[in-house]
Design a protein around this ligand. Sequence first.
Ligand code: TTP
Ligand code: MG
Length: 422
Amino acid sequence: MPSGDATLPGVDDERPDQIVLHVDMDCFYAACERLREPQLRGEPLVVGMGYEPGDDIGAVATASYEAREYGVESAMAISEALDRLPRLDEDAADPDESAGYYRPVDLDFYQSVAAEVKAILHDCADTVREVSIDEAYLDVTDRTGWEVAEGFGRHVKNRIEREVGVVASVGVAPTLSAAKVASDYDKPDGLVVIEPGEVAEFFAPLSVEEVHGVGPVTARTLRELGIETAGDLAAADPHELVDRFGDRGRELYDRARGADTREVTPTGDPKSLSRESAFADAVEDPERKREQVRALAEAVATRAQSKGALYRTIGVKAVTPPYDVNTRERSLPGPIDDADLIEEIALELIAEFDDDRVRKVGVRVSNLEFPSGEQARLGGWDQDTEGDDSEAAGRQAESTTDDPDRSALADDRSGQSSLTDF
Ligand code: TTP
Ligand code: MG
């Protein structure tokens, strides 16, 4: 059985060059209700359906943390919730201390609050994957570094609270699954950073249920095998797990070890194709930058061609230390498919950074058109599917952006740290 002593399990499978931030709002629907009824703050509050007299079929959507103390939780039958936490008579002169407030679900309102939160998230990262009304992954690799990642997480948290008035729990980690575990770890009002190399160690004491993909049934079977914690699972014999669970066994084993090579891929239709590559150390030599840009330009051209995409805008990105994301782009009169032109324009645009120290460069085409009318699904698009390019040397990630304003770009539009660029 692998002991993991020689090398920390999972380390090889992390992407230490990737900084992922996961945001999950605390008791989101209840937090929204508290925005318009501040007197509900600090009170047990249940949001759900079916609690009106004579209307007893329904479920709890969410409960405030005060209501959770009474055992009320999401998806519980409303009748059960009412048993555990009776509904407060809000008109009574002397309200019952052990009763709670009940409010109906108002999804339109929650969606409007969520939109405000998401706007902040898009402001804080170039790539955002929205996974539900109150949850998103951000790739913040270019915006921060590990030494200041906690401060960056706090900045995102504070902006949401200050500008929208609801509280988020935030996790920062080198993988998506670890970032999710981190945001959940200290809820509510949590901020947890798991640094590269610490993922497996962080996971080890967690119960197997915390491993993504382990439900109550799997957990029971694992316990029968003597596997109680993520650490036990990471140290188990993978062959035995495959025998027991099929391919899923291997997946659970990998997840328990913190192995996760997925990148944050944005939600929505692709509007651009880009490839980028980081240098081990910031580079000043213009020829090295050009060399990298040439390779990226070729990769982007090949990618666009394989997708049957024409493009009208060609852009470059140069990340200068510490975290300045600079983008430059140029739009053409009409859509083209021309690898040489991508290279030529990208090299012209990157020349502006000849004298700068640059730690990452990128090339992008946008204003895409798909004349065949068949916009192929892009590799790496699905959260749970590895992009076919994702194993490319260094961190040459394909990413796509979803910026409707792109089509309005003027020629040679330039922007320092433009927030939605790349
Ligand atoms: P969650 O993020 O799962 O829950 P939450 O935000 O209420 O609480 P936590 O602090 O633990 O994150 O889900 C987000 C919202 O989705 C939640 O506020 C209500 C809704 N929801 C349902 O309607 N039904 C459900 O079963 C769950 C789990 C959530
Ligand atoms: Mg939540």
